[in-house]
Design a protein around this ligand. Structure first.
Ligand SMILES: [Zn+2]
Length: 90
């Protein structure tokens, strides 16, 4: 195992609730990660995980996007629209 792979696996070990299910083949080659909290797998590059990106299934950016859309709607149409479901990427 090369030192980058070891560094990545050590880092994953140090983050509670995450496992790397596939072999590290480079910082920009996607690996399959498993998030224990939601019980889902997702694909991610090691470099993104090392930068602090986490599970795609429960990423805070999904909630953030909903809040951003709502605030834009409020600006244009005050109190007319309320987003009741999460924004989903197509
Ligand atoms: Zn998750």
């Amino acid at each position: 195992m090369n030192k980058f792979a070891k560094k990545f696996y050590d880092y994953v070990d140090s983050i509670e609730g995450y496992k790397c299910l596939t072999e590290y083949k480079g910082s920009s080659k996607k690996v399959t990660m498993f998030h224990e909290e939601c019980g889902k797998k997702y694909e991610q590059t090691p470099s993104k995980f090392l930068m602090g990106r986490r599970c795609h299934n429960c990423s805070p950016s999904v909630r953030l996007t909903k809040e951003i859309i709502q605030s834009r709607l409020d600006e244009k149409f005050p109190n007319k629209f309320t987003i009741i479901s999460e924004y989903k990427k197509l």
